[in-house]
Write a protein of this length. Structure first.
Length: 476
């Protein structure tokens, strides 16, 4: 089609403007620039990846309708996303529709036993009355192995999960219990295993369900006197993934029904995957016969990721969103939010949204402003590692030298300054601060703090160093 792309897009906007609120139109459609039209494909330029995702999530149906109205049934839309990175590169990066080309994660209809064909098993996930038992896997395509960053904190769990995905029910890891604190990736890994199984064995029935959902379904079955249907439904699953199994604690009848489902699945070579915030030995209010079965396979923990892994997770998320951030911003987020991956990713998403919507450059100052919203008051102090990093960057020294035995004047001065700020800005003991600075004792730390205080009163240039560093370290 040789029609002018400006005219086509102008016609599209007239229809769009009549179908959405004026403010939404001004925010999400006025900034769009039509780029070209080739072979019934209209390319539009949007300011950022966040902008593109918002259009995809909220307006894609409307966009498709107006494009097909103007270009015909073969009409399609393509985005050209302006990426601004730390190097000042703004070459457009193109994302075509559909935005993803992932395999379907839906399960095939489950074949029901002949002896109950006149009385179909009720699927607790759907409204009663449907004749076929269609089981949605409830898997999130974004939680794949490809998006799961491996590190020392999760290597065992990921390796076991990968083995299960390749041979469900055929490994020693049955059940596979993945445990760890909040936001460390348990749910992500559980979904990854389910997605891996569906990709390799589409005919297997995989089901992911939260423990509370399971318990509520069981309560409904008790009320409706359909407990047998409930049990039969779950016994037909090939791969059952129960998230947050610790919520079964204290629910005796729920534990009892799950015990029977567990036994049936395990005895028939079906795979069971569980997640929990604690290992079986620490679960309170759980029946011993259930806990003993949790221990039949493998219990793999997810611990807090180290700094390198946190940075890798941030970079993975950035790459997936097609963006680049200044290295200092990535490191600051990774240093500041060091216990919860979910909070760290949430801070990154909020930072991108803030920068995109307010047309601000993503800087270290903006990152510092955002951190307050994601780090609890009790954890807002900067870490010793971060202080050392900022001090070394300021004096252009490798951090290994700061922790070495060298007595070079500039290194000693940087080491003393890092000790001074560590004592001032963290709750760490003097011994802990000294250990971070090459194994120094508490007396050395005290001496360093006194030296820094004395120099700040007598040396004007040294006082400037401290003021500059304090500005860099203070969370605004």
């Amino acid at each position: 089609m040789s029609a002018n792309h400006d005219a086509i897009w102008s016609s599209c906007l007239k229809v769009i403007k009549d179908n959405i609120p004026l403010q939404a139109y001004k925010t999400w459609f006025e900034p769009i620039v039509p780029v070209r039209i080739e072979n019934d494909v209209l390319t539009i330029q949007v300011p950022s990846h966040f902008f593109y995702e918002w259009l995809e999530e909220h307006y894609i149906t409307l966009l498709k309708k107006v494009i097909k109205k103007e270009l015909g049934t073969e009409g399609h839309l393509e985005y050209s996303i302006v990426m601004e990175n730390s190097a000042g590169n703004s070459n457009p990066y193109t994302v075509k529709l559909p935005a993803s080309n992932k395999k379907a994660l839906k399960n095939a209809p489950v074949n029901m036993p002949i002896n109950i064909s006149d009385n179909p098993i009720k699927n607790p996930f759907i409204i009663p009355g449907l004749k076929k038992v269609n089981v949605d896997s409830n898997l999130n395509p974004a939680y794949s192995f490809e998006n799961f960053v491996e590190g020392d904190c999760n290597r065992l769990a990921r390796s076991a999960g990968y083995a299960v995905a390749n041979k469900p029910g055929g490994t020693a890891f049955n059940p596979l219990l993945i445990y760890g604190g909040v936001g460390l990736g348990k749910t992500h890994l559980a979904h990854s295993i389910g997605i891996g199984i569906k990709n390799q064995s589409p005919n297997k029935t995989v089901l992911y369900v939260g423990s509370e959902k399971f318990a509520h379904q069981f309560i409904d079955a008790l009320k409706n006197q359909t407990t047998n249907d409930f049990i039969h439904f779950y016994q037909m699953i090939d791969v059952l993934i129960i998230d947050d199994v610790q919520f079964f604690s204290g629910k005796e009848k729920t534990q009892d029904v799950f015990f029977h489902i567990f036994n049936h699945l395990h005895q028939n070579g079906k795979q069971i995957i569980l997640t929990s915030d604690k290992p079986p030995v620490e679960m309170q209010g759980m029946e011993q016969r259930l806990l003993s079965r949790f221990k039949w396979g493998l219990s793999a923990d997810l611990s807090t990721p180290d700094l390198e892994t946190r940075i890798a997770i941030m970079e993975k998320k950035m790459y997936g969103n097609g963006i680049e951030l200044p290295r200092e911003v990535v490191e600051y987020l990774a240093y500041s939010i060091n216990t919860n991956i979910r909070e760290m990713e949430g801070a990154l998403t909020s930072l991108l949204a803030q920068a995109s919507l307010n047309k601000k450059a993503i800087t270290l100052d903006l990152a510092k402003q955002m951190i307050d919203k994601f780090v609890k008051n009790t954890a807002r102090e900067v870490s010793i590692d971060y202080i050392q990093k900022v001090v070394c960057d300021y004096f252009d020294l490798p951090i290994e030298m700061l922790k070495s035995k060298t007595r070079k004047r500039e290194v000693v001065q940087a080491r003393q300054i890092s000790m001074y700020f560590s004592k001032k800005m963290t709750k760490s003991s003097l011994a802990s601060i000294g250990a971070h600075c090459g194994g120094k004792d508490h007396a050395t730390v005290l001496h360093a703090c006194r030296t820094v205080m004395n120099l700040s009163e007598t040396d004007k240039q040294f006082r400037v160093y401290l003021e500059d560093l304090e500005k860099k370290l203070t969370i605004q």
